[in-house]
Design a protein around this ligand. Sequence first.
Ligand SMILES: N[C@@H](CCC(=O)N[C@@H](CS)C(=O)NCC(=O)O)C(=O)O
Length: 125
Amino acid sequence: MDSRVNITPEEYKAMGDHEKDGATSGSQEQEFVQDIVKNNRVVVFSKTHCPHCDDSKMLLNNMGVDYKTVELDQLKEGSQVQNVLGTITDAKTVPRIFIDGQCVGGNSDLKNLNKTGALKTLLNN
Ligand SMILES: N[C@@H](CCC(=O)N[C@@H](CS)C(=O)NCC(=O)O)C(=O)O
């Protein structure tokens, strides 16, 4: 069974008024990233046509992990969110994967964590 839970653009809007006058778009996107990472144990910031993202999702699916995906190419604010991710994780590529509020990196990092067994440890804690 596919354990993915996707955030839709509508859900994104519902999480806060991201178009409120007077607030900078940077801070709104930062708040969005902080909220979603805080409220979901595993989050994959992704793009729908990214093979590295598919790879990471497949690994998590195979492990039976529930995770939230944010498909940046389906959000109007996707590139701003990607910029925020670039700032807070030091890399702008997708996927950007968070576990327990911490960025564990991208697909190659996730695969390395899996190889060493550290991923299972992180997820089982
Ligand atoms: N080494 C990275 C490679 C990720 C990568 O190259 N992702 C591409 C998409 S498949 C990317 O982010 N391109 C820039 C962009 O889409 O903005 C990883 O393992 O996550």
